[in-house]
Design a protein around this ligand. Structure first.
Ligand SMILES: *Cc1c(COP(=O)(O)O)cnc(C)c1O
Length: 369
């Protein structure tokens, strides 16, 4: 369906190239790069980003099976790791040539049963180990059961083993993180000699690459939010280029006299004559209701215009008193990483949540010069 919405998310492909190269420059030449494109590529456009990056990366990962199928349907040929498969979609994973992460004895047994009953051979799987996040993953004590399940069979082989760091961006947790890394190495040392092939290993996300490239680079890294210019650290973010710009336009301008109200539940009462602009983006597009009543702000003609009143489903109103502008003028709703970080801080969340909340109603526009 053609999307003719005036509210657009611009995606700067040159900035993506820059950021990818920045992270690659921190790594050995031989280290493989997996790009995580779950949640529509962090709210951008997973299919187009993956197609664009395909020649320059080694792997993709998605959270759920459908996200991987969408990439295959878009023509992506690179290996795709499905981080969080369920028993019910194992057959689909195999059918679409996706690669399942196995995180428990239960799901591994289910996969083996399915692969056997379908008489398939040589299906690649990945094993995720829990080293302290306590979210998804086998524990070290599961190794003997894993080995007994996968030895003496040729239905599946273990292509990689991995783990995930709980606080890679927080240097106050360095001791905990180094313990996770050591535990993962101990798991690899115990498991790998008992397998018929040697799987590759990976552990680092964006801030892991920044803080632990020396200790835990292994054979691959998993880059997510860094691609979009967020380093989870002020200084690192400043070295990256901004990728995403959320833009809209002024639909209508109102002049509200002293004592008049604006918005649902009369959430704003003018203390003096106030000029407001109505913008076609609302909480159904990812502009959280928490941004209302002055918490959030947009840029119009390079000046900050705070949101007035409550955020509506499809629109926000902003205060443009003293800002020269007209109906139809451009509005920058998310200007850059620093703007998104300020808005995240003001609403008690993180850029990950703001980006992935940008709804599919917003038109995506890719730019490259
Ligand atoms: C989301 C995710 C990543 C990417 O994390 P970023 O912080 O965005 O780089 C890496 N690995 C796993 C297992 C993930 O779930």
């Amino acid at each position: 369906m053609e999307n003719s919405h005036v509210t657009t998310l611009e995606i700067d492909l040159n900035a993506i190239d820059f950021n990818l190269n920045y992270f690659k420059s921190k790594l050995k030449k031989s280290t493989k790069v997996l790009v995580v494109v779950k949640a529509f590529g962090y709210g951008s456009d997973a299919q187009k980003i993956a197609k664009y990056l395909e020649p320059n990366v080694d792997y993709f990962a998605v959270a759920y099976t459908d996200e991987g199928i969408a990439l295959r349907n878009a023509g992506v040929k690179t290996p795709i790791l499905v981080l969080h498969p369920q028993k019910s979609n194992i057959l689909k994973i195999i059918e679409y040539n996706l690669e399942a992460n196995m995180y428990s004895v239960g799901i591994l047994k289910s996969l083996l049963e399915i692969v056997k009953s379908e008489k398939l051979k040589n299906i690649p799987i990945h094993l995720k180990f829990n080293t302290g996040l306590n979210r998804l993953g086998f524990n070290k004590k599961d190794i003997s059961e894993i080995v007994s399940l996968v030895k003496n069979q040729d239905e599946v082989y273990i292509k990689s083993i991995f783990s995930h760091i709980a606080a890679s961006e927080d240097l106050n947790e360095r001791a905990f993180t180094l313990q996770q890394i050591n535990d993962f190495k101990a798991i690899a040392d115990e498991l790998i000699p008992q397998l018929k092939n040697v799987p590759f290993k990976h552990m680092l996300n964006t801030s892991g690459i920044i803080n632990y490239a020396e200790e835990a680079q292994f054979e691959m890294v998993r880059l997510g939010i860094g691609l979009y210019g967020f380093g989870n650290d002020k200084n690192e973010t400043a070295k990256l280029k901004n990728v995403l710009t959320l833009k809209s336009v002024i639909s209508q301008i109102h002049t509200i006299e002293k004592g008049e109200s604006l918005g649902y539940n009369r959430s704003f009462i003018a203390e003096k004559t106030t000029k407001t602009a109505t913008i076609p983006i609302g909480h159904a597009d990812g502009i959280s209701r928490q941004f209302g009543k002055g918490v959030g702000f947009v840029y119009i003609n390079n000046q900050k215009a705070p949101i007035v009143g409550n955020v509506c489903m499809d629109v926000i109103m902003v205060n443009i008193t003293g800002i020269p502008c007209n109906e139809g003028d451009e509005v920058i709703v998310y200007k850059n990483q620093q703007h998104i970080e300020t808005l995240s801080k003001n609403t008690n969340t993180i850029p990950y949540e703001l980006l992935t909340a940008i709804s599919q109603r917003v038109k995506r526009v890719l730019k490259k010069c």
